[in-house]
Structure formats: C-alpha cells, structure tokens
Write a protein that binds this ligand. Sequence first.
Ligand code: NAD
Length: 251
Amino acid sequence: MIKIALFGCNGKMGQVISNLLANDEDAKISFGFDINTEKKNSYPVYDNIEKIKEDADVVIDFSHPALLDSIIEYCKKTKTGAVIATTGLLDEQIKEIDDLSKEVAIFRSANMSLGINLLISLVKKASQLLGDKFDIEIIEKHHNQKIDAPSGTALMIADAISDTLHNDTEYVYDRHSVRKKRAKNEIGLHAVRGGTIVGEHDVIFAGNDEIIEINHKAMSKEIFAVGSIKAAKYIAGKKCGMYSMANMIED
Ligand SMILES: NC(=O)c1ccc[n+]([C@@H]2O[C@H](COP(=O)([O-])OP(=O)(O)OC[C@H]3O[C@@H](n4cnc5c(N)ncnc54)[C@H](O)[C@@H]3O)[C@@H](O)[C@H]2O)c1
C-alpha cells in the first residue's frame, strides 16, 4: 500500500483525490497539508511541516505556488518523491523543482490528464508537417475562478510546438496592444474565462483555404485526479530524476 502526503488536501482537487483514494486498494492518504485545516478528513491535516508525525512514500501537490518552498523542504528532509500538479509556478520555481529531481523522483505536469498528453503528441506531429505553412493559435477556456492566464496546459502545448519547430517561435498573448499583421513564427495564446468550464484547449492550424483543429475538453476534474494518482504510484520507489507522462505511458 503506497502512502500519500496530499498537499492542498482541502482544495477542490484535493477533495476529489481524497474521495478516489478512499476506495483505492493500492494507495491511501497518510496525511494532508493545507493552510485551511477546518475541513474534516479521514486523515490528519497539518499546516506546518514541523508538526507532521506520519511518513509517506510520495507527495501529491495540488495547492498554490506559495507552498512550493515547504514542499521542497519536506521532500529534501524526508527523501520523498513528489507529483507536482500546481500551476502558475514561476520560472525560478520550476528550476528549483528541476534541482530537487537530482535528489528525489519528481513528476511534474501542468495537465495530469492522459487525453491532453495524447493531444500534445498529435499536435507535435501536426506541427512537424504543417508548422512552416500554417498559422498556429491556441485557445484555452476555464471557469471564472481561475487566476493564472494563459493556462499552464496552453503553455505546455505551445512549448511542445516550439520544441518541434526548433524554438523559432514567438508567443503572442495580446493582439490588442500592437497594430501589426501576424508574423509567420507567432503562436497566439488566448484565454477565455467563464462559468464552471472545467478546461478546454483548442489548437488551430490555419492554412490557405483549410483549417485543422485538435481539441480536448475536460468534463470533470476527476481526470486530473486519476492521472495524478497513477503518477504517484508510478514514481513511488523510483530513483531520483524527472519523470513525465510520456515516460509513464511508454513503460
Ligand atoms: N496539473 C493538473 O492537471 C491540474 C489540474 C487541476 C488543477 N491544477 C492546479 O492545482 C492547483 C489547485 O487547484 P484547485 O482547483 O484544487 O484549487 P483550490 O484553490 O480549490 O485548492 C488549493 C488548496 O491549496 C490550499 N493552499 C493555498 N495556499 C496555500 C499555502 N500557502 N499553504 C497551504 N495550503 C495552501 C488552499 O487552502 C486550498 O485548499 C492550482 O494551481 C490548479 O491550477 C492542476
């Protein structure tokens, strides 16, 4: 039985994971961590890493970038690997996570759904074939409570395209402030916020007289929770290093 430390346990994603793990035969939550300790859970919840009594095999983090320092401190101190799902991290924080992967196993993805990861491999293939002729734009849609924009997933898709096109790309977030025609090497990223949209990503390849669209719609938050639990089981007991959805799918 894998023991999980759930950071951000009292948030929306934390509660979905708690419900799924309540019926899981191979993994259970050994403790939770959250700034909000008021919610009742079947496991102890801490708001200070010094007070943690239980041990864990792997951390799952769906919280806030402000908690990252504590998570890194916990992982280093206890030599525990981590699945980092929190988005909106700064470049310096991503670098700190990369450094942590030299000491423990890390799985970081801005989108834990298997479907989005399939979309990314299809988009890479399409970019290889169409990248020099078609204009590429990404539209992401999320609920009205989301703070960061564009979504971590939209950036993940743009980075995959950029890698495929050998980084000869420029991300454009705002066409309002600049009055000029679209350059060939641009990737436009557009954010829509409204209602309770769980998460939608459309990648548009617009050519002369034809358009190809590849899209993914998340219908519930459970897909991310399922993916993160799979990832936690995958890295538990693995040696230090950076693991990805692609590694997990291939193994
Ligand atoms: N990678 C993915 O697939 C994926 C999917 C969904 C959400 N997310 C990301 O996961 C994160 C959480 O999403 P959510 O919808 O559950 O948000 P949420 O706001 O409902 O939950 C966040 C939880 O973290 C806690 N928290 C915030 N700051 C804290 C701090 N400094 N110390 C301790 N606890 C703190 C909050 O009290 C809350 O319980 C976000 O960054 C979101 O973008 C990632």
